[in-house]
Write a protein that binds this ligand. Structure first.
Ligand SMILES: Nc1ncnc2c1ncn2[C@@H]1O[C@H](COP(=O)(O)OP(=O)(O)OP(=O)(O)O)[C@@H](O)[C@H]1O
Ligand SMILES: [Mg+2]
Length: 366
């Protein structure tokens, strides 16, 4: 085999960048150098040693390790390179539409919605936030279900514990959390008309010091069911990066849940796709799969509507038990099939947020 020999004895920065530009980002469909993931200053060359830092747009990138290996191989194939070291980092970019006021200290807002009640919006919102956190992102969780806040229970925070001192951010399982439920003593009903909900949502977005300890990469917003005042206020009051629609697989639910899609499209909020929750049940005795609510309809309807299918989450009694105990499944048992399904969904959602960032950037500059 011919020995690799640099023409001038030193590997050039240009050659390193040219080699790395052969790596394509699978979601953004562009090479990582033109995307700015590797800049001149991220390349250090010392004789035959090359060290490169690649900065991805999310720590939840599914191809992180694959990209690192590909980069190392490409660098080692360059004449004169004897040793290649590739460090992977992530810096989540802020995604802001023109129009609504940005929420200070929040780079991306990801809403979880459905027209239908009880399909698992809050469960998915809590666990999605925790999954993004587990990947290393800085994540907040905003309970926008002002009249029926469930987030405190799901995170094991007692209802009304901030009734005396006033509402503030609570740190729980690494998440920055705010819910009106922190103010409401158990059993207290909130009976608000539309305009008050709108004011409430605005205050939770803009009057809460989200940036107190540094910017949040993602703020996950749990919405109440329906094409409601809260959803409309969120879309008007903030630049929402995208919305995740949750549905169960039965036809009534699918039809109902997806009504939210047209509402968000009308409000100019990108719909990231659909999550099928309570998708199937794995029998703990025979390990057989039971499609309790049917199977296949969500995928079919999503593709008919041109929406991405973000993943399916099985029905598992431990999810409900965890929610009732205040210990969500992604925190309690991150290796369980449910948690793994939600981690995969989180990666798809994070990728969608990055794609949305670049899409807005290109319309702004184009
Ligand atoms: N994958 C799952 N497996 C088992 N139980 C689940 C699953 N997803 C949600 N649940 C349970 O179903 C119930 C409804 O879920 P959740 O409160 O998240 O729904 P929601 O859509 O937010 O409801 P609402 O419309 O009232 O806000 C809860 O008891 C929750 O623990
Ligand atoms: Mg809910």
């Amino acid at each position: 085999m011919a020995e690799k020999r640099p023409e001038d004895g030193q590997v050039s920065r240009e050659a390193v960048l040219a080699a790395l530009s052969r790596i394509q980002d699978p979601d953004l469909h562009r090479d990582i150098v033109s995307l700015g993931f590797v800049k001149d200053e991220d390349v250090a060359i010392c004789g035959g040693n090359v060290k490169v830092t690649i900065t991805l747009t999310t720590p939840a990138c599914p191809v992180r390790e694959q990209m690192k290996r590909q980069a190392e191989e490409l660098l080692l194939a360059l004449p004169g390179v004897e040793h290649a070291e590739v460090e992977m980092q992530a810096e989540v970019r802020a995604t802001r539409q023109r129009g609504p006021r940005p929420v200070e200290g929040v780079r991306n807002i990801i809403a979880v919605a459905s027209n239908k009640g009880g399909v698992g919006k809050s469960t998915i919102a809590v666990n999605l936030a925790l999954a993004l956190r587990r990947f290393g992102a800085r994540v907040g969780l905003l309970d926008a279900d002002l009249t029926g806040p469930n987030i405190p229970t799901m995170l094991g925070l007692p209802a009304g514990f901030q009734a005396e001192r006033g509402l503030s951010i609570v740190e729980r399982y690494g998440l920055k959390v705010v819910s009106l439920g922190f103010l409401l003593k158990p059993g207290t009903a909130v009976i608000w008309r539309g305009p008050m909900i709108g004011t409430g949502v605005r205050q939770l977005l803009h009057d809460v010091p989200w940036s107190e300890e540094g910017e949040l990469d993602y703020l996950v917003v749990d919405l109440p069911p329906g094409t409601s005042d809260a959803s409309m206020s969120l879309a008007q009051e903030a630049s929402v990066t995208g919305v995740v629609i949750v549905t169960t697989p039965n036809s009534v639910s699918v039809e109902d849940s997806l009504k939210a899609v047209s509402m968000f499209e009308r409000l100019n909020v990108p719909v990231f796709g659909v999550v099928e929750n309570m998708s199937y049940f794995v029998c703990p005795h025979c390990q057989g799969r039971v499609d309790i609510f049917g199977h296949g309809l969500v995928r079919e309807v999503a593709s008919r509507l041109g929406l991405d299918f973000l993943g399916e989450v099985p029905l598992d009694p431990t999810v409900r038990e965890g929610a009732d105990r205040g210990l969500p499944i992604v925190e309690a048992d991150p290796d369980s099939p449910v948690a793994r399904a939600i981690m995969d969904i989180a990666q798809r959602v994070a990728a969608k947020a990055s794609v949305q960032h670049f899409a807005l950037q290109s319309t702004a500059s184009g």
